[in-house]
Design a binder for this molecule. Sequence first.
Ligand SMILES: C[S@@+](CC[C@H](N)C(=O)[O-])C[C@H]1O[C@@H](n2cnc3c(N)ncnc32)[C@H](O)[C@@H]1O
Length: 262
Amino acid sequence: MSSRSRRTAAPSSGVHLLSDPRVITALVSAARLGAGDLVIDFGAGPGAITEPLARTGSRVLAVERDARFVADLRRRFGDRPQVRVVHDDLRTVRLPRRAFAVVANIPFAVTTPLLRRLLTPSSSGFSRAELVVEWGLAKRLTAACPRDAEAAWWSCRFAFTLRRRVAAGCFTPAPRVDAAHLAVRRRPGVDRRVSAILWALLSTVYDRPAAPARRSLRRVAPRLTHRLLGDRPAAAITPDTWLTLAKTLAADRNVIPPGGMP
Ligand SMILES: C[S@@+](CC[C@H](N)C(=O)[O-])C[C@H]1O[C@@H](n2cnc3c(N)ncnc32)[C@H](O)[C@@H]1O
C-alpha cells in the first residue's frame, strides 16, 4: 500500500465503497471512453472509479460532497490535469452543456434524484451512463412493461440494460441488498416533439394504469391506438409500442402536443 492510499479517509457510515476490481473494470470498459470524451464520476469517494477513468484519456469530473474525500481526491489527482475534483452535491451541481458520460457508484438513496436530472429533456448534454444501482431499481427499470409513469417516461426515451448483478460482498462495508451494473443509452429518433407527445400520452394513461390505455386516449387517433394498444392497460404496454405511437403522431403536423413536459 502506498503512503498516499494510507492517508485515505475512512468511509463515513452508510458509504459502501466498491472493493471488487472486476466490477470497476467492467463499469469503465463498458463506457468505451477515450481522449476527447468527458465523463462524470458522481460520488467519487476516494477515487476507485476515478483512477481507471483517468487512464482512459478522457476528461474526468469527480463530484464528491464529503470534504475529507475531496481532500483525498485532490491529493491523489492533483498532478493530473485531465481530472477535476468538484466539491459539490450531485443533486444540484451544474451539469456540463457539452456531451458527457457518467460512470458512477452513488448511494442508493440519491439514484432517483440523479436519474431525474440526467433523463430530463431540458437537461444538459447527458449521453450515456454505466451505473451501480440497487438491484430492485435495476429490475424495475428493465422490466418489459414499465409499472409506473416515471419508469415509462424514462424507458421510452432511454434504453436500460441490466449488465450483471453485483453482490453485496463487492462493497466495503457490504450493503444489506445486492446491486446491479446498469447501462443507460439514449434511444435514437426521440427529439423534443416526440418527447412532448410521449409525455402527454404517458401522463394521461398512467392516471389509470389498470384500465385499457386506449380508453384514456379516446380522442387520440382511434384506429392507430386500437391497432397498437388493443385493450391492454398501460402497465402491459412496452416502451417500443409507446415510441411507435408517439413517432407516428409526431410525423402528423396537425398533432399539437400540450405543454407541461419537464
Ligand atoms: C457508495 S460511495 C462510492 C464511492 C466510490 N465511487 C466507490 O465506488 O468506491 C458514494 C459516495 O458518494 C458520496 N455522496 C453521497 N451523497 C452525495 C451527494 N448528494 N453528492 C455528491 N456526493 C455524494 C459519498 O460521500 C460517497 O463518497
